[in-house]
Structure formats: C-alpha cells, structure tokens
Ligand binder design. Structure first.
Ligand code: BYE
Ligand code: ZN
Length: 562
C-alpha cells in the first residue's frame, strides 16, 4: 500500500507520521479515536489541535495534507484544553462537572422525596461552587484549564461572568471612566482639597471614579498642570489607564495606589501660610516642618507622585517569593530580580509611551529622561527585600544630610515612597484595620495556592501559623517604627504626626494579642475540665479529642528579616 509521510514539530520536538494515501478522514481528524496527531500532541479528545505550515498559516488537518520534507516541517499545537476536559480532570483526581451533575441529580431526588433542599446538600453545593470559582479566578492555576481570563474578551460568556475575577472587565472600566469624566468637570470643594492633604483621609468613603478625580486634584494642587504643561484630557486618559491596570484583588488594588499617593502628598505639601481650619491643626506642624516644596524641586515631586500612582500596577496578589518559586513568566523575564517591581514599572512606561496618556509629552527630552530614571528608582525601591539596604543607606547619610546633594535626595525619595507604601497604620484605626484585613486576605490566598501547588509556603502568610495581632505587632516593632523613626530624625515633627498613631496601633494590637492568648487558655482549660470530667465519669474519651492548640503565636523577630 502506498503511504505518505508528514513531518512536523510538537513543542519543538521533531515528529513524523505515516499513513496510507487512501486514509479515511476519520482517522486523521475524527471525533472518536485519537489519531496520530492527537497522540503526538498528547492531547485529550476535547483539546483543539492547530497545524501550521512553515509560513505560519493554519492549515486543515485532513487526508489531503501536502506531504512535506524534514526541512519544511509543519508545526502542531494544542490549544487550551476544554474547560470540562474529563481526561484532565480525571488525571487530577476530580471532575467538577460530574460532581456538579451528581449533586444536581441528588438534589432532584431529594426534592421529590422531601420537598426541600437539605442543608447538607446546600452546603456541598456551596463548597463545590466556591472551589470552582477559586479554580476559575486564580490565574496561576490556569494550567488546570479552568481559568477564565475575562480581560482577553475571547471567551464566550459563561455563567460565572459576574463572579469575582482578577482583571477588570471592560464594562467595569467603561462605567467608571464615564462617571469620572462626568465628575471631573465639577469643582472639588476647598474643604475636601484640604482634607486630602491629611493622613486622616478616609479612602473607604470614596468610590473609584471619585478617587480618580482626587488624583487629578493632587496633580492640579501641586501645580504640575501649569508647571509641566499637562493637558487635562491627557491626565484623565493617564489616570484611567492606571485605574484599568490595577487588578481587583484584596490589597494591591487601585485604592491602595490612591492611599500611597495620598500619603506621599501629605508629607510633601507646604502651605504654611494659609489659615488652617481647626481639624487640620495636627497637620500644621507636619506641613510647616517638612516644607518639602521649598527643599526639592518640582520635578522631584512629580517623580514621587507619579511613582506612587504607578508603583503596584498589574499586581496579581502573589509576591516575589511566589513568582520565583512558581517560576512565573515575570520571574523568568526579570531573572528573579524584583520581578513584580520591574513589572509595575514596565507597565507604567507602557502607559506613558502612548501619546494619548503620556502626561510628560510636553517636556524636553532631558527632563523626560530624568523623570524616567527617578520613577524607576522609586518603584524598584518598594521591593521589601531591599528594606534594610535602603534604610541603612539612609542612616549613613543622615548625619550630614544635604538637600543639594542628588544622591542624598534620591535616597530620601526612596525612603518617602517606602514610608507611604507601608504607612496604613499611621491612619486612624477605622481606616487602617480594614487594610490589614485586606492584606491578610491576599497573603492567605497566596499561601493557600502555594499549598495547592506544592510550593514553599511563606511563613508569615500561612493562615495556620499567624494571627492578625501577632503579625502586626511584629511588623510595627521591627519594620514600621524603625523606618519612621529614621525619617523623623530628618523631620522631627513626624514624631507626633505619624509615629504617635503607629505607637497607638501597636498598643491596640498588643491588647488584641493578649485577649486572644487569654481566650486560647480559657478554651484549653475548659476542654481539659471537660476531659477530666469525662474520665471521672468513666466514659471512654474519643481518640480525636485533643485540645485545639489554636494558632501558634508567630515569632515576629525573624518574620521580617530579608
Ligand atoms: C508589606 C510587604 C508587602 C505587601 F503578615 C504589603 F505580618 C506590606 F507580614 N505591608 N504594607 C502594610 C504590610 C503592611 N505588612 C504588614 N502590615 C502592614 O500594615 C505585616 C503583615 C500583615 C504580615 Cl510590608
Ligand atoms: Zn504598594
């Protein structure tokens, strides 16, 4: 029988297939039996195969395939596995769709017999639902074939479209953009403008479109619009692109970007001559004493503000340790060197490279260069593994700090963005505590995924190992206070304005830790009492009634070391 040989590559690996010239269509691309191409690609029955000719065009997998030579190989590719790929799920030891189907059948049966969904079935349904949602929303689990990346817009609408996802949807962006543009023409009251300059500002009271307006106010009130001839539609486009590229994750989101920026402005605004309303009294010293507008030039301030705005762009909620351990695209791209911060910065300049959102487009080349250099320095300085390096550098220049020295100013700018980045605890408790909850939610989510993927679990992110107060007291003692106190050496007024609230927060969490400790002891005691009672009555104590040790107090001393 005459045969023909087809040469192709699969993942760069050379393969060849031989089949008879009168081969029926079914054997080459049939719905029933995995054909030669399927087995070469190790593809399941639901996977989509794509064959490319050497020109890069997709060609039909059919018996009429042009025979070729090893020098002109076709390229075979498997496109993402079908979401419900039974084979893939089977290999993983679970199958969501069949579990759901069985649950539905069970529910139907019970409905007929008992008339109402029992709580257990409801509970199980909820668990299956939330498990599916988790698998669908976690980008790093996309290899399961369940991940729904809604930003791509190539997916067909699914019943889970409304569920929480990482990236912002187009609808969400358009809605906020429309609101922002409507509001941006309105005057922001003087009262709000002043309130915006204090660390008491409550971000939770404002929705995203309003926050965009407030960011616009910051650029305006620092005179950047006039000084650097920034057109308002360009600024609006820039802010919108920034908004769009912060993801919907618990902590490193657009509101965090706003808070960091707002804190930067706090320590930067000098309007000492204005008469301050009484609620601003406590800010007075800070404004007066730091007086940065007189000590640094406009470009430095523009660098700091824009760095703060951009410093966490496209954060996905997984830190550098995760990126490196999971060998993500980012870690590979940046050779494990601050993958996230490099990425945030690259995204910032992706936005700034577009003429319609380049707020620096009217500046001469030398100024643009200086700004770019400054932003890169500031954003890269937010990598906490460089914390000691940067703080030590600052300490070493402090005794002879000179605002005319560029190296000194560079270090100060890095310290200021670092302070702003981790300064939630300098805010009122009602503002700060929800931020801590958000952060822990993001951390715990990461450690859950690390456990699922068999990666090393970062100890201070492990929900089984840390408690809210124990982690925060350690952080305040060993990271926040030492950093803030060095800055207060340069600006002594900061003592009362940002160090005092942080000390209060330390007391608050220390109390909370003690209360938790007491609760734990009480629980252990009552359990012991119950146990001895059981034994006394002569009942058999069950094998698994060990005392619940609760969360281990973390050891803050080594939690935050590099
Ligand atoms: C830091 C690094 C990365 C991301 F668990 C966020 F105890 C932070 F470590 N920030 N930012 C603010 C913080 C805070 N980390 C902590 N507390 C903060 O207030 C400590 C963490 C809860 C934990 Cl440092
Ligand atoms: Zn940040």
């Amino acid at each position: 029988m005459e045969t023909k040989i087809i040469y192709f590559t699969m993942n760069g690996r050379p393969e060849q297939a031989e089949f008879p010239l009168d081969c029926p269509a079914q054997d080459v691309k049939g719905p029933f039996f995995p054909d030669l191409f399927r087995s070469a690609a190790e593809a399941g029955p639901h996977d989509i195969l794509k064959l490319y000719n050497p020109k890069g065009n997709i060609i039909n997998i059919s018996p009429n395939l042009e025979p070729n030579s090893p020098q002109s190989r076709y390229k075979l590719e498997v496109v993402a596995a079908d979401c419900n790929s039974a084979e893939l799920a089977g290999a993983l030891g679970f199958d969501l769709s069949s579990m759901e189907k069985r649950l539905q059948d069970l529910e139907k049966k019970i409905l007929i017999e008992a008339g109402e969904t029992p709580a257990v079935v409801y509970e199980m349904k909820k668990q299956v639902d939330s498990f599916r949602e988790k698998l669908e929303s976690v980008e790093h689990l996309s290899w399961l074939g369940l991940f729904k990346d809604l930003s791509e817009g190539t997916h067909k609408p699914s019943p889970f479209y409304h569920k929480r996802t990482l990236r912002k949807t187009r609808e969400e962006c358009e809605h906020v953009q429309e609101k922002f543009l409507q509001m941006s023409s309105l005057e922001v009251s003087e009262e709000v403008r002043q309130y915006l300059k204090t660390p008491n500002f409550d971000n939770w009271q404002w929705e995203d479109a309003e926050i965009m307006v407030l960011l616009q106010v910051m650029y305006t009130d620092l005179d950047f619009i006039a000084t650097f001839t920034i057109e308002s539609d360009i600024l609006q486009r820039f802010l919108f692109e920034v908004y769009r590229r912060y993801n919907n994750i618990p902590f490193h989101n657009f509101k965090h970007c706003f808070c960091v920026t707002q804190m930067t402005v706090c320590s930067r605004t000098s309007t000492a001559s204005i008469v301050l309303p009484c609620f601003l009294e406590q800010m007075y010293g800070l404004i007066w004493l730091t007086d940065l507008r007189r000590k640094m030039d406009g470009i430095d301030l523009l660098i700091m503000l824009t760095s703060a705005v951009c410093h966490d762009l496209d954060h996905t909620g997984y830190n550098n340790a995760y990126q490196i351990n999971a060998r993500t695209e980012l870690a590979l791209r940046y050779n494990d060197i601050s993958p996230l911060e490099n990425h945030h910065c690259a995204v910032a300049f992706e936005i700034l490279e577009k003429t319609e959102s380049n707020i620096f487009r009217n500046l001469p080349m030398d100024q643009y260069k200086r700004i770019r250099e400054g932003i890169i320095k500031c954003i890269l300085a937010t990598d906490m593994t460089r914390h000691n390096e940067i703080l030590n550098k600052f300490k070493s220049i402090l005794p002879a700090f000179d605002f005319a020295n560029k190296d000194h100013k560079d270090v100060l700018m890095m310290i200021l963005i670092k302070v702003s980045d981790i300064s939630n605890e300098a805010r009122p408790m009602e503002v700060a505590e929800p931020w801590l909850d958000c952060l822990l939610q993001e951390f715990f989510n990461q450690s859950d995924v690390e456990k699922l993927e068999g990666l090393p679990v970062t100890p201070f992110m492990d929900r089984d190992k840390v408690t809210k107060p124990s982690s925060q007291t350690g952080f305040i003692r060993f990271v926040l206070l030492p950093l803030f106190m060095e800055l207060a050496n340069l600006f002594p007024c900061l003592e009362q304005h940002i160090i005092d609230p942080v000390r209060k927060a330390l007391d608050y969490y220390t109390e909370m830790e003690k209360a938790l400790e007491r609760e734990k002891q009480n629980r252990a005691q009552s359990e012991n009492a119950a146990k001895s009672k059981e034994t006394a009555v002569g009942m058999q104590s069950s094998a698994d009634s060990h005392s619940d040790a609760g969360p281990e107090p973390s050891t803050p001393g080594n939690t935050f070391k590099d």
